[in-house]
Write a protein that binds this ligand. Structure first.
Ligand code: GTR
Length: 431
């Protein structure tokens, strides 16, 4: 019986992996010529039909409307009574990387009660040896626990619920020390520190474990589900984004950090999360979407690779229930993902894809950046500067930037090098 189950499971995984890479034998479309014709919702026409002519009208009228449309139809609404005042406790600090960086471990409690779920924050800051300037930072959530992003033995193994993964010793939904450093390639701390950047991360499952449990765990457990016939309960992506804002509250209090130079970054589902965090919280100085795909930077109407129906079926807890109305019904959405990018304007946004990551639709990710341009135009800011998706490893753009990294779905040093340059360029301009 177990063998049979295992075999079926393996076949499903193989089908998914092969469809992700080659697109063969897949019910999903990987053929550009089969992308349906579609027209995108108007970015600059308000719900009552007036055309937005300037920044003021965008900021006063259309932007709040678009933000509300994403909240209502896609990500869900943070309950009004959520307590945004978290408590912070510094748990540990020390010097690392031959004393060129300071490590800070901080525990965030969701509210005043000590036993509520907590988020463990791991921060590395450059030791400003020859500079009096506060540092810029990147903040991003991680997939497997803080101990997986570094070989630093001072970072404890997460005690939170984790998805089982035998290859790194995760069993019975418990993390293991065997996973230490296994995601370090995604977090080039040395490169960041040497480039003058601080970096902060937390395990996303500390905020809300990534499975569909009907609002029983993580931050959802403190604010239990109330009946909502409109289907606007906040999904997990909204909770993770909210958590990023709470972490930002803390980072902005650090003296050695420039509070106006904290960018948010995320890969894949956490790229969807960083985009929503950037849209909802203008304090994020720049936003990076690494291969965020469907529900992130990719235009839903293209139905290329992962579709709305597929994402809502595999991950019903990521979005609000209302988003299910658009399964195989993308054209009924009052929004598409170019409008999510536009919500970040006038702040810089970087969208990245990978050449073998067709599941995330690199063309659709590029196009959402291009179609957000009318809002950047209102601010007189240059965007991608090209009409077509560039060749691999040829970054393009200005306030909206893009690259297609050669290779698979991942977050690699190549990507980080582009983000660091992008941030240096923009922060130098806004000094
Ligand atoms: C996939 C999902 C994508 C993406 C990815 C990830 O299974 O279909 O939307 O989010 O997971 O987060 O790794």
């Amino acid at each position: 019986m177990i063998d049979k189950k295992l075999t079926i499971w393996c076949i499903l995984v193989l089908m998914f992996v092969s469809s992700r890479v080659t697109g063969q034998n897949s019910p999903f479309n990987y053929d550009e010529s089969r992308v349906p014709s579609y027209s995108l919702p108007e970015l600059l026409i308000t719900n009552d039909g007036t055309t937005v002519a300037n920044r003021r009208e965008w900021e006063r009228k259309r932007r709040p409307e678009v933000l509300d449309l994403f909240t209502t139809h896609m990500f869900g609404r943070v309950p009004n009574h959520v307590d945004n005042e978290l408590r912070f406790e510094v748990v540990e600090h020390g010097l690392v990387l031959q004393d060129s960086a300071r490590r800070l471990q901080v525990r965030l409690f969701f509210n005043a009660i000590k036993d509520t779920p907590a988020v463990d924050l791991l921060i590395y800051l450059p030791v400003a040896a020859n500079s009096r300037d506060a540092c810029p930072m990147f903040l991003g959530l991680n997939f497997m626990g803080n101990h997986t992003i570094t070989n630093d033995p001072q970072v404890p193994v997460t005690k939170s619920w984790v998805r089982n993964r035998a290859e790194i010793g995760y069993e019975n939904n418990q993390a293991s020390a065997a996973a230490r450093g296994t995601s370090a390639h995604r977090w080039p701390i040395r490169l960041l520190i040497d480039s003058g950047f601080g970096v902060a991360t937390a395990y996303y499952g500390d905020i809300d474990p990534d499975f569909d449990d009907g609002f029983k765990n993580g931050v959802h457990s403190i604010y239990p589900k109330v009946a909502d016939p409109t289907g606007q309960q906040w999904g997990s992506i909204a909770t993770w984004s909210w958590g990023l804002s709470r972490i930002l509250d803390y980072l902005q209090t650090l003296k050695s950090v420039n509070p106006k130079q904290i960018g948010v970054i995320g890969h894949s589902r956490l790229g969807k999360t960083s985009l929503w965090a950037g849209a909802t919280d203008p304090r994020f100085a720049l936003v990076i979407s690494n291969e965020s795909g469907c529900g992130g930077a990719a235009l839903s109407r293209r139905q290329f690779g992962e579709t709305v129906q597929r994402i809502n079926t595999s991950f019903p807890h990521w979005f609000c229930d209302k988003f299910q109305d658009y399964n195989a019904n993308e054209n009924a959405l009052p929004i598409d993902q170019h409008m999510l990018i536009a919500l970040i304007a006038p702040r810089p946004v970087y969208i990245a894809s990978a050449s073998e990551d067709l599941w995330a639709d690199p063309v659709g990710e590029f196009l959402s950046g291009r179609m957000a341009q009318p809002v950047y135009d209102l601010y007189g800011l240059a965007g991608l500067g090209v009409k077509m998706k560039p060749e691999p490893n040829q970054p393009v753009g200005n306030h909206v930037a893009y690259h297609l990294r050669e290779g698979k779905h991942n977050l690699l040093e190549y990507d980080w090098r582009q983000y660091i340059e992008f941030a240096i360029r923009h922060y130098a301009r806004n000094k």
